[in-house]
Design a protein around this ligand. Structure first.
Ligand code: MLT
Ligand code: ZN
Length: 476
């Protein structure tokens, strides 16, 4: 990356003059504090020079033009709910927030698409389409407060990804503002389309390093007429993991196949409206949707398989209220762990489905060997496990940080040894950037750097994210 310029420019002043002072939060304003943090466990706060709250595509493009002309770093930000430092302005400069771009522009029941601005809250879009009998499947646990633009930037998943896939599979078309101020419309509105290279697929998951999404056309589905949810209770996580593998081998296709270990369950008990059985050493949450006539049959097969694989109980959610309480409890796991511990390193490693049981065993061994308590939950049916390394130590103590980092590295090494990947859904951002060489060759990383430079030759857009610095060759 070329050296960033010294910031002698009063960028807040320039943006205030061009876009209006009301849109700009300068240094000295208390509100700026929020724009230097996200939900990642990093202790640092990265103060930007200013934040700018854009409301239109033209304003986003103007910010990118001004920043390019003056060589000022610019970091896009949605709702700030990311967990990997992806929206932190680590080189200062401007934070470009899309939080005010919150309009649902269109819901088309014939074309089965919605057109939205990036700041729309994911759960609000889901409710809006469900009122019309439609369905937007991607369901990150933060759906009540994360934004759909952020979901596209990180290619978010969620429990229902097991059956329906992740955000990329729902983004058909994009409007993107590029560094320099050009606005690009790409993609389609059709259900299928193979015309030309797939730029949309490249922007989705690029973590705001290629461009800033200003409008999205997303695919909708008909809302499944019936949904049924069960909770299978196990004595321990190993038996629960083995049951998940058996369900996968048996060809069953529920829409959700989630796991939570004892530590995760115990952390949510005090807050949960759903009463988890006292003897639960692990749970598997299974949800089936579709035609009311067929889901009963599927549920019966699932129940039999769980019984055969050692479930202590298989509890069906009795009504929509109980289902809601169960899901509310599931979505509380991450925040409950964070509230209970001074340090919570939440990884989202993903292993091939055949390696789920072995990965759970290795995580257990890692915890025993390092003495670091671990809570495991998540989208186990996809092999995507949220492994949380927990500590009540001092967040600012360099020795404690080093101990946690060492354990994180070992977790990643184990994941890669099982032919897994560092991130199944949260992205790389800043947190995992320097671990990328564990998974990718220098050759692959170099092609990715070239791709990044094509969109952002001066490396000003969300600089320092995703890709580690190039390793110097021996002669350099
Ligand atoms: C979840 O599945 O709950 C989210 O990805 C959040 C998390 O992993 O902590
Ligand atoms: Zn998750």
């Amino acid at each position: 990356m070329p050296p960033l310029p010294e910031k002698t420019i009063d960028i807040a002043g320039v943006l205030s003059r061009e876009l209006g002072a009301a849109r700009v939060i300068p240094r000295g304003d208390d509100r700026l504090e929020d724009y230097g943090r996200d939900e990642s466990p990093l202790p640092e706060f990265y103060p930007p020079d200013c934040a700018v709250l854009c409301e239109t595509t033209e304003q986003v493009a103007a910010v990118l033009r001004i920043c390019e002309e003056r060589r000022v770093p610019v970091t896009p930000r949605g709702a700030g709910s990311g967990m990997c430092g992806g929206c932190l302005p680590i080189h200062g400069g401007v934070v470009l927030s899309t939080e005010k771009m919150r309009r649902v522009l269109e819901i088309d029941e014939d074309d089965l698409v919605a057109v939205v601005e990036p700041g729309v809250i994911t759960g609000e879009l889901q409710k809006a389409v469900e009122e019309r009998g439609l369905f937007y499947p991607p369901d990150p646990a933060s759906l009540e407060y994360c934004s759909i633009g952020g979901n596209a930037a990180t290619n978010s998943g969620g429990p229902r990804a097991f059956k329906y896939g992740v955000t990329r599979e729902y983004v058909l078309g994009l409007e993107v503002a590029l560094m320099g101020g050009e606005v690009l419309r790409c993609g389609r509105r059709t259900a299928k389309g193979v015309t030309g290279y797939d730029l949309v697929a490249g922007f989705v998951g690029s973590e705001g390093t290629f461009g800033v999404i200003t409008e999205m056309t997303v695919k909708l589905l008909p809302n499944p007429p019936a949904v049924s949810t069960v909770l299978a209770v196990f004595a321990d996580v190993a038996t629960a993991g083995a049951c998940i593998s058996a369900l996968l081998r048996g060809g069953l296709r529920p829409r959700v196949l989630e796991l939570a270990d004892k530590s995760s369950i115990d952390h949510i008990r005090p807050k949960s409206r759903y009463r988890f059985p006292d003897h639960a050493g692990a749970i598997v949450l299974i949800e089936v949707d579709g035609d009311p006539d067929t889901i009963g049959v599927q549920m019966e097969r699932i129940g039999l398989e769980c019984d055969a694989r050692g479930a202590l109980d298989v509890l069906a959610a009795q009504d929509p209220a109980e289902r809601r309480a169960l899901w509310e409890a599931r979505r509380l796991i991450s925040t409950s762990l964070k509230e209970a511990h001074s340090i919570k390193i939440n990884e989202d490693v993903c292993v091939p489905r055949g390696a789920i049981v072995e990965m759970l065993r290795r995580v257990d061994a890692l915890s025993a060997e390092t003495g670091i308590p671990v809570a495991v939950f998540g989208h186990a049916g996809d092999g995507n496990l949220h492994v949380n390394l927990l500590s009540d130590g001092d967040l600012d103590d360099p020795d404690e940080q080093a101990r946690m980092k060492q354990a994180t590295r070992r977790l990643f090494e184990q994941t890669i040894a099982l032919r897994g990947t560092l991130s199944g859904e949260h992205g790389i951002g800043l947190e995992k950037r320097d671990y990328m060489p564990l998974e990718m060759s220098e050759q692959v990383l170099e092609w990715q750097r070239r791709w990044k430079r094509m969109w952002d030759p001066h490396e000003l857009l969300n600089p320092g994210k995703v890709l580690p610095a190039r390793r110097p060759a021996c002669s350099e």
